[in-house]
Design a protein around this ligand. Structure first.
Ligand SMILES: Cc1cc2nc3c(=O)[nH]c(=O)nc-3n(C[C@H](O)[C@H](O)[C@H](O)COP(=O)(O)O)c2cc1C
Length: 216
């Protein structure tokens, strides 16, 4: 059997890619992703864990420019609805860059696939474990993209039904992410929402407790 351990350098690479992954909204226009790299990234996503090994994901690659524009329109409509729902932070939100759909080299829509109701294992009490599984796949893709030197942005500002209809999805499938992928000008060392003064990460200590919810 092959040595199951990782070298110190390999371990550092794993933690480094986790720390240096960023949600990206700014992409180099007119750039491309090598098809072999895209295949590797999708294979990384497909290697994700999933509840009951149900692999509840579907990846739809958008190569039609008109479709890309329609997806952008859907997102922009939701961006304005979200802004209105935010009340006093409406204008501040509208000033944020929250997607890079028109500039990114590759656009992917990730969906929960149809037929999920048949999967009971791990979903009887927690049906949302299918979404958790798809999220694992997206995170794999995100980290692999960063390791390949590519940026990725997860866009969730959309009404799922119109997007599902646009892509001809069956009624029991549901889009959960629009992924913008491609070469980026730079990787900031902090989340864009921190750089834009929208929100700040809290320390790990606030998220850990022992034996009960209450922290000491
Ligand atoms: C489920 C999910 C949905 C997200 N949707 C959006 C989005 O619609 N637009 C956006 O700009 N960022 C979106 N993000 C990115 C987050 O804003 C980002 O991950 C967070 O601010 C932390 O920044 P970082 O990923 O660079 O560490 C999403 C992230 C996740 C995990």
């Amino acid at each position: 059997m092959a040595d199951p351990s990782f070298t110190a350098q390999e371990r550092r690479a794993v933690y480094r890619v986790i720390a240096e992954r960023r949600d990206m909204r700014r992409f180099l226009p007119d750039s491309t992703v090598d098809p072999n790299v895209l295949t590797r990234l999708l294979a990384a996503a497909h290697a994700a864990p999933s509840v009951g090994l149900m692999q509840p994901w579907r990846f739809v690659r958008i190569t039609d420019d008109t479709l890309r524009q329609r997806i952008h329109t859907l997102v922009d409509e939701e961006r304005h609805r979200t802004a209105r729902a935010l009340g006093r932070r409406e204008q501040e939100f509208l000033a944020l860059k929250v997607e890079g759909i028109r500039d990114c080299a590759e656009l992917l829509v990730v969906a929960l696939r149809d037929g999920r109701g048949a999967h009971i294992f791990g979903r009887r009490t927690l049906p949302q474990m299918d979404l958790a599984s798809v999220s694992c796949a997206i995170q794999n893709l995100w980290l692999a993209a960063r390791a390949e030197g590519l940026g990725m942005g997860w866009v969730s500002l959309f009404e799922p039904r119109p997007l599902a209809q646009l892509l001809g999805m069956p009624a029991d499938a549901e889009p959960v992410a629009i992924l913008c992928l491609g070469p980026v000008p730079e990787f900031p060392d902090r989340p864009a929402l921190e750089l834009d003064d929208w929100a700040y990460r809290k320390p790990l200590s606030e998220f850990i407790s022992e034996n009960s919810w209450e922290q000491p």
